[in-house]
Ligand binder design. Structure first.
Ligand code: 13P
Length: 251
């Protein structure tokens, strides 16, 4: 039985003042629930604040990106070991915004995935198709290509301590959620593809859904057999919404 994981992706939002309020509310509301794992992935400058406010809480934390390199002349980059200095457990890799806006190729994403894993972080690997790809019947092919790039570098063993997040690009920040059936079909495809390589690893793999998850649709999505929680963007910035989504993962 897989335990669901709900993670917030704040993207480039937040301030010391706003974070203080949000994290304090989450800490108070989510304490004492053992049936699921909760996390927030915050902008790197707020990791120290997040660590200090969430240490001892039921909520883990992580980052939204990392460098594939260990150290060196890479101005502006943040390494896995730096994230570990702030006790991060998770790091998002290959978010569609990184792929589309910052030119991260499947190979770059795979290298970042390996760097995170090698350092002991749990990567949250985002995969998903754009609208045109779905409409032309290419969704599975795109996701297979994204997974194959990571398999080529990290092997199936790489997925033993990793999370996959299915985030259809057309559902991100659009208010247009995949239906539970649409999402379940892709999640089952991902699990089946990895099960062809290693059934045990695939059956234990957490596959989150992301894309316009709200309190109003979370329970229905999380009830699907292959949906093991969510990666939440906009709604993770609103305490009441995010708390409700987290609680929907408990039932
Ligand atoms: P929204 O929940 O705002 O659609 O964003 C999803 C996402 O990109 C999470 O990584």
């Amino acid at each position: 039985m897989r335990q669901k994981i709900v993670a917030g992706n704040w993207k480039m939002h937040g301030s010391l003042v706003a974070n203080q309020q949000l994290l304090t509310q989450l800490h108070a509301a989510l304490d004492g629930y053992g049936g699921a794992t909760f996390a927030v992935c915050v902008p790197a400058p707020y990791l120290a604040q997040t660590q200090s406010l969430l240490t001892g809480s039921a909520i883990a934390w992580g980052a939204q990106n990392l460098s594939a390199h260990k150290a060196g002349a890479y101005t502006g980059e943040v390494s896995a070991s730096m994230l570990l200095d702030f006790a991060c457990r998770y790091v998002i890799v290959g978010h569609s915004e990184r792929r589309a806006l910052y030119g991260e190729t499947d190979q770059v994403v795979a290298a970042k995935f390996a760097a995170a894993r090698d350092a002991g972080l749990t990567p949250i690997l985002c995969v998903g198709e754009a609208l045109a790809e779905r409409e032309s019947g290419m969704a599975e092919q795109v996701i297979a290509r994204q997974l194959d790039a990571v398999l080529a570098v990290a092997g199936i063993a790489g997925f033993a301590r990793a999370i996959v997040a299915y985030e259809p690009v057309w559902a991100i920040g659009t208010g247009k959620t995949a239906t539970p059936e649409q999402a379940q079909a892709v999640h089952a495809f991902i699990r089946h593809k990895l099960a062809m390589v290693d059934e045990g690893i695939a059956s234990r793999l957490i596959i989150q859904y992301g894309g316009s998850v709200k309190a109003a649709n979370a329970a229905e999505l999380f009830a699907q057999p292959d949906i093991d929680g969510g990666l939440i963007g906009g709604a993770s910035l609103m305490a009441d919404e995010f708390i409700s989504i987290c609680k929907a993962a408990l039932s």
